[in-house]
Design a protein around this ligand. Structure first.
Ligand code: AMP
Ligand code: MN
Ligand code: MN
Ligand code: MN
Length: 281
């Protein structure tokens, strides 16, 4: 990282599918040299107050964030909101409404996992793993199946059971791209397309989605994230320039043992990009 500005604008606490408390993450970010930090739990604002007060105590610049789940075609896309008002009634209501389907989805996942793995307490196990009963995610199932010895890592559970086409995967209708950008803007935030290199669009569909996101007023795109290869950094640096999007950087840190990249331990943004954090004051 040398002397480049160390912004880390994407990570998760136990309010969604991370394993650490917001205040613990704040201290870890500071200890790792992060200078500007965002907590971006999935579809949840519940950890932002604790994170903000921990940051005030330790003198770390904080950006309240969220990562909104979105359905585009048959894929799940994530849009990060940065600088959102953590008490915004509209955003809270919409996120709550969207997440109300998570419990029924989790029960269906558990049923299917019972048939395919023999584990008969997947729902209860995932609930036990979850720090927030309103947010049971695939990650909590993955952790439970590792504990039960079905697989040796959460990554293996995802590739064998929890990704599209696999037996424990259950389709879910998340927000539309329009809704996600609108909710984030209404709450005063900037919309950033998360880890674009993870999606499985054809080149043409990807460009269409990027154009739509930009035309909706989306401000940024993650260029440097743990999900990206060096080739992805180059590709999305070019896309950011071409589509006139600001560039973001975030570890997507979830858990010390599982995550590939710790808070703040990422390469600098490539030269010549306009960083999203110039708009965050
Ligand atoms: P959900 O919101 O329940 O669909 O869960 C999505 C979360 O699962 C993501 O935010 C990641 O943390 C995790 N995830 C998704 N795909 C994978 C994968 N292939 N390997 C590991 N974790 C994954
Ligand atoms: Mn996650
Ligand atoms: Mn994501
Ligand atoms: Mn994330």
């Amino acid at each position: 990282m040398s002397d480049a500005f160390n912004a880390d604008l994407h990570c998760h606490s136990l309010v969604s599918d991370g394993t650490l408390a917001p205040a613990t993450l704040a201290r870890r970010a500071r200890d790792n040299g992060v200078q500007l930090w965002a907590l971006t739990d999935h579809d949840e604002l519940g950890g932002l107050r604790e994170a903000a007060s921990a940051c005030a105590e330790i003198g770390l610049r904080f950006v309240p964030g969220v990562e909104v789940s979105v359905s585009v075609d048959d894929q799940t896309v994530h849009v990060v909101g940065l600088g959102v008002d953590a008490t915004h009634a509209g955003l809270l209501r919409e996120l709550q409404r969207m997440c109300s389907g998570r419990d029924a989805r989790a029960r269906r996942m558990a049923q299917s996992l019972r048939e395919h793995t023999g584990v008969d307490d997947a729902y209860e196990g995932a609930c036990r793993m979850a720090g927030n009963p309103a947010l049971i995610s695939r990650t909590h199932f993955a952790r439970h199946l590792v504990e039960r010895g079905v697989c040796s890592s959460t990554a293996e559970v995802f590739s064998r059971y929890l990704t599209p086409g696999k037996p424990g995967y259950v389709e879910h209708a998340w927000a539309s791209l329009e809704q996600a950008v609108q909710w984030i803007h209404d709450a005063g935030g900037l919309a950033v397309l998360a880890h674009p290199g993870r999606y499985r669009f054809t080149e043409a569909r990807e460009r269409e989605m990027l154009g739509r996101f930009r035309d909706l007023g989306g401000e940024g795109i993650e260029v440097i994230t743990a999900s990206h290869s060096a080739a992805d950094w180059r590709k999305y640096a070019g896309i950011a320039r071409e589509f006139g999007l600001r560039a973001s950087r975030g570890s997507d840190f979830h858990c010390p043992r599982e995550s590939r990249c710790d808070l703040g331990r990422l390469p600098a943004l490539p030269e010549g990009l306009a960083p999203i954090w110039d708009l965050l004051h």
